[in-house]
Write a protein that binds this ligand. Structure first.
Ligand code: NAP
Length: 290
């Protein structure tokens, strides 16, 4: 049996992937990479092989990847310096003769600096290139935007304010539930035929914030409006409200990406791979707002 190591195992996606892997294989064939064990007490009790490592510390990765056949490489969460961290992971995997790397990348159409989300996709493009050049088997999972980000994007107090305020115009995204992505990942990790393939991991329907406002209104019984200001007005309003610049940049970048159609990409890959439909935005928002 192949030994699989899941990085980012203390995070949301990593934890879900491990939960699904445990339904498919013995714990002794699962290893995890964590920076420290504080957030994974539950995993230690499962009998999983816990290895300590940090994407910024090359030697720690070489030690942690020893005797690993498949690496589920979850992209790092820092925008600063992420590219070099990923280079360390790819090089360490190659040095330790990992056979197959499955990498969580991100969707895009525009790969140039002109993309409003180049601050996210640049590192992914670099990492994909290094994986392809490494000679290792690789599978690239191009994730669409997490559906789980919607409450952050529409605002925690949307039911009180009755307003979704984002410069996304009529743009759409095929928001995809992180839990669905985790189940897909566990399937790919435990089945054959995914070597040197790229998959757009995305839902089968795309939604605008007009659609989201209507759905939340129907669920909550409250009237929720959507207003799309210009980016300049959006930046000014949020800055005056004391929102940190990094959040404003994130909200504006993903909104513009929706206008430019970067995330309006649907398919039925989830159903094809795990035999059930992707969770819909309606189902998810019902859980959150009813
Ligand atoms: N598609 C989308 O919409 C979307 C949205 C958000 C994020 N993402 C990407 O998807 C990844 C997984 O999402 P998530 O929700 O699971 O994120 P998360 O909960 O923030 O988990 C990130 C994981 O990466 C680990 N990590 C970060 N820097 C590391 C380093 N230098 N060395 C080793 N491990 C490191 C974290 O470890 P610690 O617990 O030690 O911090 C954590 O386990 C994110 O890291 C990000 O790249 C995608």
């Amino acid at each position: 049996m192949n030994k699989i190591l899941v990085t980012g195992a203390s995070g949301n996606l990593g934890k879900s992937v491990i939960k699904h892997l445990l339904t498919k294989m013995d714990a002794e064939n699962i290893a995890v990479l964590v920076r420290n064990t504080d957030k994974i007490e539950d995993l230690k009790n499962e009998g999983i092989d816990v290895r300590i490592g940090d994407y910024t510390k090359y030697e720690s990765l070489v030690a942690a990847f020893n005797c690993i056949d498949k690496l589920f490489f979850i992209s790092g969460s820092d925008f600063e310096g992420r590219s070099m961290q990923h280079k360390n992971v790819v090089n360490a995997a190659k040095e330790t003769r990992v056979k197959h790397v499955i990498y969580t990348s991100f969707q895009r159409k525009n790969e140039e600096k002109t993309s409003p989300i180049s601050f996210v996709v640049e590192d992914h493009i670099d990492t994909e290139t290094w994986l392809k050049e490494s000679g290792m088997e690789h599978t690239i999972l191009k994730h669409n935007l997490y559906m789980d980000m919607l409450p952050l994007f529409v605002g925690k107090e949307v039911l009180e304010t009755g307003l979704i305020y984002l410069p996304a115009g009529e743009g759409k995204a095929a928001f995809t539930l992180r839990e669905d992505m985790a189940e897909v990942a566990a399937h790919i990790l435990t089945t054959e035929g995914h070597e040197n393939k790229e998959y757009d991991i995305t839902a089968d329907k795309a939604y605008s914030y007009y659609d989201i406002a209507t759905i939340i209104s129907n669920i909550s019984g409250k009237t929720i409006r959507y207003t799309s200001p210009s980016v300049e007005e959006f930046n000014k309003t949020l800055t005056e409200a004391g929102v940190p610049a990094e959040y404003i940049g994130l909200f504006a970048g993903f909104s513009l990406a929706m206008i430019e159609g970067e995330l309006d990409n649907t398919n039925s890959i989830i159903e094809k791979l795990i035999g059930r439909k992707a969770t819909s935005v309606e189902e998810y928002l019902k859980e959150v707002y009813s």
